[in-house]
Design a protein around this ligand. Structure first.
Ligand code: ZN
Ligand code: ZN
Length: 379
């Protein structure tokens, strides 16, 4: 639970009401720790408090509320923090991640429709991103439950609920990276490393990962980056030009909420190249780009929310690619923690010492594996 900004989270027993109409109770097995959780814990992205944080989870459905038809007890699910309404302009036009109902409701710290199922000593405790996955159990909207294959490891499935989908979706859905292209990725944490893997999957020829931390650069090279640099004095620009006959990169991604990186990424692009901003900067910050170049160079500057994904089709697809060995998502999990180590997990993330930390929430006796079951070799 987070009681106040910039205070450690506390592990407490809270009451969880049964799922109401259109709601589902999930026994969580794993939750990733994401920078967005930290943004709220530090007050950079405010959310109603007290709250149970966490929004990158996977688990097994325990109970469904009235009217729930798409999911049943026993189903394995990835939890989506953007339960789309299916009826607004954006949902009907296929851009469900921009649902005009979901986002405002999320910021109220309740479930869609305003219900709050968490409480402590009779006082309400807010939900976070509709999910609150730093817990053993959660009551979530039916639309947040994305059913997945039962042989997929739930620690990996949890990451698909935010970092992986965001990064791969940025490359595939938003930038639409093409074979033979050159991409530069600023930030090689869980999201940036997923962008790298998305670019590799799409057939990019050169993938340049930029990160100040040596272990992340090494991991980037192992996961598909062709180059990894620190960019202390802006070396990215020279390298990208060298790789592209002086033109610049076809795609640039900023996987950190740092406005100054957006300018560096903009400069690394070729004329008409595409810049995709992924990491969420603090409320009130602005991004500055050069006015004349914005016009003359025809560069496309866009953001992406949740990898512009359609959770119910894209998340199972990403897990299929992992299970077939086409994506190395298990490599993103640097360390697992117990729930009582949540503050250590947050500290490791802000220090940059993990690609992704995962909270092990599996029931007693259940092993939380990140590994893909070994492929069956048939004669
Ligand atoms: Zn996240
Ligand atoms: Zn909608």
């Amino acid at each position: 639970m987070l009681h106040a900004y910039n205070e450690p989270l506390s592990v407490e027993d809270v009451a969880l009401a049964p799922p109401g109409t259109g709601e589902v109770s999930v026994r969580l097995h794993a939750s990733g720790v994401c920078h967005s959780d930290w943004n709220t814990a530090s007050g950079a992205t405010p959310s109603p408090l007290p709250a149970v944080l966490g929004h990158e989870g996977a688990g097994v459905v325990e109970e469904v509320g009235e009217g729930v038809t798409s999911i049943a007890a026993g189903d394995h699910v990835v939890l989506s923090w953007l339960p789309s309404c299916g009826r607004c302009f954006f949902c009907r036009s296929g851009r469900v991640n921009l649902c005009s109902v979901a986002m405002p409701a999320m910021l109220d710290g309740a479930l869609p429709g305003g219900a709050i199922r968490l409480s402590r000593r009779g006082a309400p405790v807010h939900h976070y991103s509709f999910l609150s996955t730093f817990a053993e159990r959660a009551v979530v909207p039916e639309a947040s439950c994305v059913p997945i294959r039962r042989d997929a490891p739930l620690a990996v499935a949890a990451l698909v609920g935010c970092a992986v989908m965001t990064g791969i979706g940025a490359a595939i859905n938003r930038a639409r990276v093409t074979p033979g292209s050159t991409a530069v990725v600023f930030g090689a944490g869980g999201v940036g490393l997923s962008v790298v893997q998305g670019c590799r999957l799409a057939g990019a020829l050169h993938i340049v990962a930029v990160d100040p931390l040596p272990f992340k650069r090494e991991l980037a090279l192992e996961l598909g980056a062709t180059h990894a640099i620190e960019d202390g004095a802006g070396e990215t620009l020279g390298l990208v030009r060298e790789l592209t006959d002086g033109r610049g990169a076809d795609y640039a991604f900023v996987a950190a909420g740092v406005p100054a990186l957006v300018r560096r990424a903009f400069d690394a692009l070729r004329l008409g190249g595409t810049l995709v901003c992924i990491g969420l900067p603090a409320e009130g910050t602005e991004v500055v780009l050069p006015g004349p170049e914005l016009v003359r160079q025809e560069k496309i500057v866009t953001g992406t929310l949740y990898g512009s994904c359609r959770p119910h089709t894209d998340m199972p697809l990403v897990l299929d690619l992992f299970m077939e060995g086409r994506l190395e998502l298990d490599r993103l999990v640097t360390r697992t923690y117990g729930l009582e180590e949540i503050n250590e997990a947050l500290a490791d993330m802000t220090a940059g010492s993990v690609a992704r930390g995962v909270i092990d929430l599996a029931p007693p006796g259940v092993d939380l594996s990140t590994r893909r079951p070994r492929a069956q070799v048939t004669a």
